[in-house]
Ligand binder design. Structure first.
Ligand code: SIN
Length: 303
């Protein structure tokens, strides 16, 4: 291990040991992954979305493997912010990597309320999830309208002393406009992409594979879509971007950095290998040394 080779300056005052993070939702709070090995080497853990009140989530089946990825319709199941702070956040903090806490809600008031409540919980930053396709009938009100995005991000900005990333959706033709709205309302960074609307069909039973009908597609199938939106948004706004979508190797990480991401999140690949993110960190170090490259050279954002 070469000290400092992977060091990643994400935001003013927030430098990570490396640019490989776990993605929200695919690693819960990191505790399950830690049962398989040491997750300390991840650049940061990004927790599953927490909302002001507990949510039971959607009925099963709510996960479905596809030919090149996975459909999910979890519906933001979580224990609610109070139980999360009392029971789960302390365990996440014990694992070692800095924690980026993902928050969500269904209204302006809920986003404000949950953001205010988590300010002193030990997270280094927040990720504000505007883009879950599995709630509110998949309508994504805050992620598809620049005006609605600006309003909710402004409300979060007013109550947040912590820096925050806004997680955007690919399920709109207004991605760049929504990104600009988030930037003008005070977001410190952006995460993209969340999952694409998708559906599996069990034709013999004349039924969708997921109980809810449609869900969100993730995994290798969406990597080119994610690279497209990272590049598009990089050209539109000058905020740091966390790239996510189908990342499973160190080569994938380099592609996202060149497209314009400052760091990346590994999601669905953790279902195949719970230590995938950690292995990518090791591979990335070897790859950069072999190629005579550095994180700064690949990442196009001037700090
Ligand atoms: C879910 O809980 O349904 C997925 C979360 C997300 O896509 O934001």
């Amino acid at each position: 291990m070469r000290a400092g080779l992977l060091r990643t300056s994400l935001l003013p005052g927030l430098t990570l040991a490396n640019p490989v993070l776990s993605a929200s939702g695919c690693y819960n709070h990191g505790v399950e992954g830690a049962r398989f090995g040491d997750v300390k080497r991840l650049g940061a853990l990004v927790t599953k979305t927490v909302t002001p009140r507990p949510r039971a989530g959607n009925p099963p089946p709510r996960l479905w493997e596809t030919s090149a990825g996975m459909l999910n319709s979890i519906g933001l199941e979580n224990p609610g912010v109070e139980r999360f702070l009392a029971e789960e956040m302390p365990r996440a903090l014990e694992l070692g990597p800095p924690v980026i806490l993902n928050v969500g809600g269904e209204s302006l008031e809920e986003f404000e309320q949950v953001t205010e409540r988590v300010q002193d919980c030990g997270a280094v930053a927040l990720e504000v999830n505007l883009s879950c396709p599995n709630v509110q009938g998949g309508q994504l009100p805050f992620a598809t309208s620049p005006a609605a995005c600006e309003e909710v991000v402004g409300r979060v900005r007013r109550v947040s002393r912590l820096p925050f990333f806004v997680k955007l959706s690919p399920n709109t033709h207004l991605v760049a406009d929504v990104a600009r709205a988030a930037a003008s309302a005070g977001a410190d960074g952006l995460t993209l992409i969340n999952t694409l609307h998708g559906r599996g069909i069990d034709w013999r039973r004349r039924r969708p594979c997921l109980a809810e009908g449609s869900g969100g597609l993730s995994g290798p199938a969406i990597k080119p879509v994610a690279l497209h939106f990272v590049a598009l948004v990089r050209a539109a706004v000058r905020l740091p971007i966390l790239g996510v979508g189908g990342i499973a190797t160190a080569e994938d990480v380099c592609e996202f950095l060149v497209a314009g991401a400052s760091a990346v999140q590994v999601g669905t690949a953790h279902f195949l290998d719970p230590l995938c993110g950690v292995h990518i960190v090791e591979e990335l170090e070897e790859l950069l040394v072999a190629e005579g490259e550095s994180i700064d050279n690949l990442s196009s954002l001037e700090q």
